[in-house]
Design a protein around this ligand. Structure first.
Ligand SMILES: [Mn+2]
Length: 366
C-alpha cells in the first residue's frame, strides 16, 4: 500500500485537535523520544534528543539541532517546516511566533518541569494545558498506514517464531535463544526488537517477566518466548510456549499439555469476545472466569496479570486495555494484545499472546 504522508499527518492533527482544547502543541524529547513526536513525524532515523516540536492544526515545526538537520530535511513529512536551531534565541523566536498568547498543549507525563517553566517565561502562552489524554485518544485508533506497519511487524515476528524450534538445542542458554530471536527478526527486516526479548526455560516460565539468563535447556520442559519486532516505529508483541523434546508418557508432559490446552482455549475465548463497543473489563473477566473454573478450579488464581494491553508505537501503548478495571469500550481500529497465561510456581507456565485488530464484527488476529 502506498502511504500518502500528506493525508496521514493532517488527519492525525485533525484527530488530536478534536480531543484537546489547545490551539497548538509543544512536544519535547528529553533523552528518549516522546512517542507522540514519533507518531507525528514518522521519523525512523535520527534520535532528536533535547528537541522541541510545535504542532498547529495545519503543520509541524521541528526545532532541530544542526546534527540532525539533514535527516529531518530528508525524512520530513510535507507539512513539516524544519528550523535549524543554532542559538537559544532561535528557540525563543519560534516559541513567540507560534505560542504567544495561545492555549498550549503539552504532554505533562513527559515534559520536564524546568522546561515547563522556561516555556512559560519565554513563550508567554495564555495557558499551558495537558494534552496527553487527547494525544492518547488519537493514537489509540489506528489509521490504514499504521495498521499496515503493525501487520508487517507481526508478520516478521511470526515468521521468526516458526523458525525458532530448529534453534532449540539441549544445553543452550536462554540468552543464546534470545539472541537468535532478535537476530532473525532483524534479518527479516525489523528495525529491532519492540522490547527486550523474554525467553524462559522450564520453571522460569512461571515468572511472567523473567529475563533471559544462563539457565540451560533440558528435554521435556517448557520454552516460553515473548517477543516482538519493531517495524517503521510500530510494535508487535507475540508469545509462544513450546515443549522441548517431549517425553510423551511422563506425567510432567501430560500436565504441561493440560495447561497449554487450557490457555489455548482461554485465548480463543478472549479473541472471540473482542469487538468494538465491548468494554475492556468484560473481555478480561470472561477469560479470567474461564481459567478460574476450568478443570474443576485447578488453576484458580493462576492467571496473574491482565489479559491485554493496547499496542502501537509503544509496546504497552496508550489507549484501552483488557483488564479488570477497564470501563472504556473498545473501538474499531484499536489494536490490543490477548495474552492469557497460567503460572504454576516451581513447575512452569504457559502464555499465548497475539495482537488483534478490533473491528465492528469482532477481532482480527494480526
Ligand atoms: Mn504483551
Amino acid at each position: 500500500m502506498v502511504c500518502d504522508s500528506l493525508r496521514s499527518v493532517s488527519s492525525k492533527l485533525q484527530k488530536i485537535f478534536k480531543h484537546t482544547k489547545a490551539d497548538a502543541l509543544l512536544l519535547y524529547n528529553s533523552k528518549t523520544q516522546d512517542s507522540n513526536f514519533t507518531y507525528l513525524t514518522g521519523f525512523t532515523s535520527g534520535i532528536f534528543e533535547n528537541t522541541f516540536m510545535i504542532a498547529t492544526r495545519k503543520k509541524l515545526i521541528l526545532l532541530s539541532n544542526k546534527l540532525e538537520y539533514g535527516i529531518a530535511q530528508r525524512e520530513r513529512p510535507k507539512e513539516m517546516t524544519v528550523v535549524k536551531v543554532k542559538a537559544f534565541s532561535d528557540l525563543t523566536r519560534e516559541f513567540k511566533r507560534y505560542l504567544y498568547g495561545k492555549e498550549v498543549g503539552i504532554n505533562e507525563k513527559f515534559l520536564p518541569y524546568s522546561h515547563y517553566r522556561a516555556i512559560k517565561k519565554h513563550a508567554k502562552p495564555k495557558r499551558i494545558l495537558d494534552a496527553s489524554e487527547g494525544l492518547a485518544s488519537a493514537r489509540g485508533v489506528k489509521d490504514e498506514s499504521e495498521l499496515q506497519k503493525m501487520k508487517k511487524a507481526n508478520m516478521i515476528t511470526k515468521k521468526m517464531l516458526k523458525q525458532m524450534p530448529k534453534f532449540f538445542k539441549e544445553g543452550m542458554t536462554e540468552k543464546e535463544l534470545a539472541a537468535n530471536v532478535e537476530y532473525i527478526m532483524r534479518r527479516l527486516g525489523a528495525q529491532g526488537p519492540s522490547f527486550p526479548t523474554i525467553v524462559c526455560f522450564a520453571a522460569n516460565s512461571a515468572l511472567p517477566h523473567h529475563m533471559p539468563e544462563n539457565a540451560k535447556l533440558r528435554k521435556n520442559s517448557f520454552v516460553l518466548i515473548d517477543c516482538g519486532a519493531r517495524y517503521d516505529n510500530y510494535c508487535a508483541d507475540v508469545t509462544r510456549t513450546f515443549i522441548f523434546k517431549p517425553e510423551k508418557r511422563s506425567g510432567k508432559y501430560k500436565k504441561m499439555v493440560e495447561i497449554y490446552n487450557t490457555v489455548k482455549e482461554a485465548q480463543h475465548i478472549g479473541i472471540s469476545s473482542v469487538k468494538a463497543g465491548v468494554t475492556g473489563k468484560t473481555v478480561h473477566n470472561k477469560v479470567s472466569r474461564f481459567i478460574d473454573t476450568a478443570k474443576s478450579g485447578k488453576y484458580k488464581g493462576k492467571f496473574i496479570h491482565s489479559l491485554g494491553h493496547p499496542i502501537g508505537i509503544e509496546v504497552h501503548d496508550v489507549g484501552v486495555g483488557l483488564n479488570q478495571i477497564e470501563d472504556r469500550k473498545l473501538q474499531e481500529n484499536m489494536v490490543v494484545s490477548v495474552e492469557p497465561g497460567i503460572y504454576i510456581p516451581g513447575f512452569g507456565g504457559v502464555r499465548i499472546e497475539d495482537g488483534v485488530l478490533v473491528t465492528k464484527k469482532g477481532a482480527k488476529v494480526l
